[in-house]
Design a binder for this molecule. Sequence first.
Ligand SMILES: [Zn+2]
Length: 253
Amino acid sequence: MSFNKNNYRSHDYKFLVRRWRTVCRIAGLKIKKVAEIDGFPCFEITSRVIKEQNVLYLSAGIHGDESGSTEGLLAWAESNVDRLSSLPLLIYPCLNPWGLINNSRWDAKGIDLNRIWKNPRNPFIEYIMSRTKKINLQLVITLHEDFDGQGVYLYEPSRNGISDGRADAIISAASPFIGADPRRKIDGRKAKNGIIRPRPTNPPKDGIPEALYFYLTHKCRTFTFETASELDLSLRVQAQSAMIEHVLFSDLK
Ligand SMILES: [Zn+2]
């Protein structure tokens, strides 16, 4: 698969954008610059079928030291070019270009962009908030990695404690590449078989993350995928891609 030879360039933002442009051209998706931060252009990708209904939102790279997320999203798109145009996609391939280039969780100002979704102080995030205001999102997937991770795990906000098994199936989809993170407690929250169900009433103390913002404002399903960033990049990329693939092509039929 093509990403193996690209491992050493996973923090090359220009190269990431160039590959996305190729995917968009082949798949018939639109790619558009919608903001500029610290001199870097920020892009949005949409399919032509996108209206205001049932949009699928995918984003990666809000933490720049998690390049398995940006590469995973691209790998998923690259391996599905023939069917992307039929999905109502709204994609943000990299939310923190400066961070990706500098291998940094934070942006150039030292801000964690995944904690400012109540009070955005970032033109790209402000744009995304206003862009999605009049859109009906059916699903939000945000991609991350964890330096302390020991496998794959995900966050799905608890909806009255009810589970329909989708989260377990997503973890299984990643298992040919990376197994479930065995920890019982992850980032201070209870985890089981790689699944964390945070209560929306108990957000991180240092601010509101992207996924929680959409869960609260759009009342839609949200998943946050995490792969262990110390593992081999090609496995992380394949695990991220397999999880997206599972949600979009197995679940949503
Ligand atoms: Zn992250």
